[in-house]
Every structure is written in structure tokens, then in C-alpha cells.
Design a protein around this ligand. Structure first.
Ligand code: GDG
Length: 475
């Protein structure tokens, strides 16, 4: 096997390219690298090798020609308006997303969406087959592209294929609801390594391969059609050093103080930061907060809450309904408990830049992360890493991937309203020395387990030749 070729060439395939098109006030259009996310995670590794990233550039119609981003070649996959609707909003985000998140909203099934999903997966596979060098490593990301590994293998048996799922992989009881469940599993089993955020996902996948396809498995290996497919848990993380650096900047520290002053100088600032998604448990935390105000355990203006709800998937019905419900609850809380000039909840349905997010993290006494189900939850990790001052307290749902790692958080079950209120109070009332010990322990953990460690451990597991690991260690 020519390992020389393999270690020098990686193709990353994800639904979205790591760039955004910006339009300056004078109308000039420009592509910019998206802040944060996968690209910064992979950058240190990708710059050591020849790398191409394949994905959708946003927008519909013809795919744009794109410049390299930090030495990574970009190839855009085109989507028509109809395909965007059926593949992205439809099968990916209205069928798979709710089903994989415990069906907290009812998954929607349409045969036409499935056809579009197959077609787009094939398009991604064909472009990858065209671009990948001989024996390259191909790393496919997330639920949008689960059919792609097998499609690519049929076209290019020489490449080494990895798949990583960023969201939970559900237990059989849920997965079995999918009309095309066996085909999806076969798609994934086209990979050499199928990685998950946690061990449960990997185990669910292994059991389903046995049950539905008669594979022979002993975790973490699956033997399917004469090939060995490895599975495993690879919990994703953040760029801890970059987060610490950002949060330590004098302008961020000043901005954090300004935010607290603008909030009226309260004793306690409670913060939530989420995409406006029904998996994030935003309503549960608002209800807990409302009840604590109603029984006078908490009082405005001593305590205020800031909820950042970043707009997301706004054309999908479930998301519109959620937005209405959240906004109604915010209105109710402010109507009942706000004062003139001091709302009880500051609700921000906007995007912020990374520095403003860091300032919010540093301004918050308690961060509340209450998803009903979440693959990992990077917000929780970012909050901890930003607390270079040793301050802050994290309330974290047991149903996040992060809960398996951030054991010193105040862990809660968001379905248990009383438990959630108690968790919030435990965090607010924690002895400062205890709170600081918890944050410091979690920060230490995140320094050792940052996103680079994640990417490295995944890619070295994928590259069975060991050549990549050697190249990275020398690099
Ligand atoms: C999926 C899985 C898994 C938030 N607001 C703004 C902003 N953000 C950034 C955060 C964080 C990211 O977005 C959100 O990541 P999460 O992990 O919290 O959640 P999902 O978007 O659902 O991500 C999840 C993740 O994939 C990775 O595998 O952890 O479980 O669901 O980085 O900081 N960024 C900017 N402005 C904002 O207003 N720039």
C-alpha cells in the first residue's frame, strides 16, 4: 500500500463549506472563512497535508468557483431551491434531526425527500470520487451525508473512508421507525471508521447493524460483507487555547463589565446561548426561571436572565412554532416580573460575533445549558474555557454529550422541573471556593481534550497505516 500518497491527501466532506459570502456596504461580495466550527478545528492538521473541502456554499443555483481558504482547496456542490427544500430542510432537518434527537418533535416522512437525499448524497460522492487522490483519506461529516460512504466506496474502493456523526445516534426503537432504515445503515457501513460523540451512539449503531443487516459484531468492530468496519466514541471539543485567549483580551473583559452595567448591575446574571432549536430545552429553562421568580426565590433586579437564541432553520414549521412559543414565554415573564427599564429576561434573537459571545460568557454568573438531547454541546465547553478568572457556574443537562465529560457541572434533568430549579439554585448558591474548584477542574480537562486532540485521535484511528500520525507528530 502506498502510504506516502495517503498521508499527504485528505478530503473533508460536509454539508456546508466553511465559508460565508459577505456583502460590503459598497456592494462588493466576498467569501470569508466562517468563524469557529470545524474548519478551525481541522486547520492545524489540514495545513500539514494536501487538503480539499467539499460542501455546499449556501445559496441555490450554480455552484460558485471558490478561492482556497488557508491552503485548503474548496469545491462547492450545487443545490437547486427544490433540492435545498427536500434534502436539507426536508429529509435532513425534518425527518432525521427530530428522529435522532429522541423524536422530541414528530419526524415528518415524505418519499420525495428521500429521493432528493439519495440524489444529493450521490452528487457529493461523485465529486469526492473525482477530487480524491489515490488512497486519500476521506472524512465525511454528519447526518446529511449518511448514504455517501457506501456510494463513494463503490466508485473509489482505494480511498480510506471515515464518517463522523455530530448528533446522537438513536436506539433501535427509534431508528426502526425510518422507512428506509436498512439503506441508511448500509450507507454508513461503507465507511472504514464510523465515529460518534459518545459510546451510546456507537453501541446503538453496532446493535442495529446486527439486528437489521445480520452483521457480525463485537463492539467496537462490525464485520459486514467481508469487511471490518470500526466504530468508536470521539467526543468533539473546542479550541480551548483560542477561547482562553479571546476571553482574556482586555476589550472582552471591558465589554463583559459593560454588559453587567447595562443589565443594571445585578447580583446574578443567568445566561443561555443556543441556536433556536427545539432540542435545546429553552422553554424548560424559561419555565424554571419563571417559577423561581413567582415563588420569590429569585427577584428582579437582583437576578436577570439573558437568553441568546440564534435564528436557525426559520422556514421549517417546527422552528417557527418554537419561536412563537419562546417569545410568548419571554413576554409573559417580562410582563409579570419585569420592572420599568429592567426586564426579567433579555431575549436576543440575533447572531453575535465571537468576541461578544466571549464577553457574555464572562459576564454570566451561571450558564444554563438544558437540551433535551444534544450530541455534544460546544456552548457548555466554550463557557467553561472562557472562565479564565475561575468564576462562573455551569448548569448542564444530563442529556448532552458534554455531560459525560464535564462531571463537575451542576447536572440536571431538564424534564424534571423541580430538579431543574434546584440545580439552578445550587449553582447560584454554591460556595465560591467550591464553584471555582469545579470550573478549574473542567478547564483542565478541556485543555487536555481540545478539538485538536479530537481530530488527531479520529484521523489516526482512520489511517490504519499510521503514516498520518507519524506526519503529525513530526509536523
Ligand atoms: C451540532 C450538534 C455538537 C452560538 N451562537 C453564536 C455562535 N454560536 C456558536 C457557539 C458554538 C456553536 O455555535 C453551537 O454549537 P453547539 O455544539 O452548541 O450546537 P449545534 O449548533 O446544535 O451543533 C452539537 C456540534 O454540532 C459539534 O459537533 O456539539 O451537539 O447539535 O460554537 O459558540 N457563533 C457565532 N455567533 C453566535 O451568535 N459566531
Amino acid at each position: 500500500m502506498n502510504t506516502e500518497m495517503r498521508r499527504n491527501s485528505i478530503v473533508v466532506v460536509a454539508n456546508r463549506l466553511p465559508i460565508d459570502e459577505t456583502v460590503a456596504p459598497d456592494g462588493v461580495r466576498e467569501w470569508r472563512r466562517s468563524p469557529g466550527g470545524l474548519v478551525s478545528a481541522l486547520h492545524p492538521i489540514l495545513r500539514e497535508v494536501r487538503a480539499t473541502w467539499i460542501g455546499w456554499a449556501g445559496g441555490t443555483g450554480r455552484a460558485p468557483e471558490l478561492p482556497d481558504v488557508d491552503g485548503v482547496a474548496l469545491r462547492a456542490v450545487p443545490l437547486s431551491t427544490k433540492e435545498f427544500h427536500q434534502y436539507y430542510e426536508g429529509f435532513a432537518n425534518s425527518t432525521l434531526w427530530p428522529l435522532y434527537h429522541d423524536a422530541v418533535e414528530q419526524p415528518v416522512h415524505h418519499r420525495r425527500w428521500w429521493e432528493a437525499y439519495q440524489r444529493i448524497n450521490r452528487r457529493f460522492a461523485e465529486m469526492t470520487a473525482e477530487v480524491a487522490e489515490r488512497e486519500a483519506l476521506v472524512w465525511v461529516h454528519d447526518y446529511h451525508l449518511q448514504l455517501m460512504p457506501a456510494m463513494l466506496r463503490a466508485l473509489r474502493p482505494d480511498v480510506r473512508i471515515g464518517f463522523f456523526l455530530h448528533i446522537p445516534f438513536p436506539p433501535a426503537e427509534l431508528f426502526m421507525q425510518l422507512p428506509r432504515r436498512a439503506e441508511l445503515l448500509r450507507g454508513l457501513l461503507g465507511a472504514d471508521l464510523v465515529g460518534f460523540q459518545g459510546r451510546y451512539g456507537a453501541q446503538n449503531f453496532t446493535q442495529l447493524a446486527n439486528r437489521l443487516l445480520g452483521a457480525q459484531s463485537r463492539y467496537p468492530e462490525i464485520v459486514f460483507e467481508g469487511r471490518v468496519v470500526r466504530t468508536g466514541a470521539f467526543p468533539i471539543s473546542i479550541d480551548t487555547a483560542a477561547m482562553e485567549e479571546l476571553a482574556s483580551r482586555p476589550e472582552v473583559v471591558r465589554r463583559a463589565a459593560q454588559i453587567r452595567a447595562d443589565l443594571g448591575g445585578p447580583e446574578n446574571v443567568i445566561l443561555g446561548v443556543d441556536r433556536l432549536d427545539y432540542t435545546k430545552g429553552i422553554e424548560h429553562r424559561l419555565t424554571a426561571y419563571r417559577e423561581l421568580l413567582a415563588d420569590h426565590t429569585l427577584k428582579v433586579p437582583n437576578t436577570v436572565m439573558v437568553q441568546v437564541a440564534v435564528p436557525s432553520r426559520e422556514r421549517i414549521e417546527h422552528y417557527r412554532i418554537l419561536r412563537d412559543r419562546v417569545e410568548r414565554e419571554v413576554g409573559r415573564i417580562n410582563g409579570e416580573f419585569g420592572r420599568v427599564g429592567v426586564p426579567a429576561v433579555h431575549y436576543l434573537n440575533q447572531n453575535f460575533d465571537r468576541a461578544e459571545l466571549a464577553a457574555l460568557y464572562r459576564a454570566a454568573d451561571v450558564m444554563v445549558v438544558t437540551p433535551l438531547r444534544d450530541g455534544m454541546n460546544l456552548v457548555a465547553k466554550e463557557y467553561v474555557a472562557s472562565r479564565v478568572d475561575g468564576g462562573g457556574r455551569l448548569v448542564l443537562s444530563e442529556f448532552t454529550g458534554a455531560a459525560a465529560e464535564l462531571r463537575q457541572a451542576f447536572l440536571v434533568n431538564p424534564h424534571d422541573l423541580e430538579g431543574l430549579k434546584e440545580g439552578l439554585l445550587r449553582a447560584l448558591d454554591a460556595d465560591p471556593a467550591d464553584a471555582s474548584r469545579r470550573i478549574r477542574a473542567m478547564r483542565r480537562y478541556l485543555r487536555a481534550h481540545d478539538v485538536r486532540a479530537w481530530a488527531r485521535s479520529y484521523l489516526t484511528a482512520l489511517d490504519d497505516s499510521g503514516a498520518l500520525a507519524a506526519a503529525l507528530n513530526n509536523g
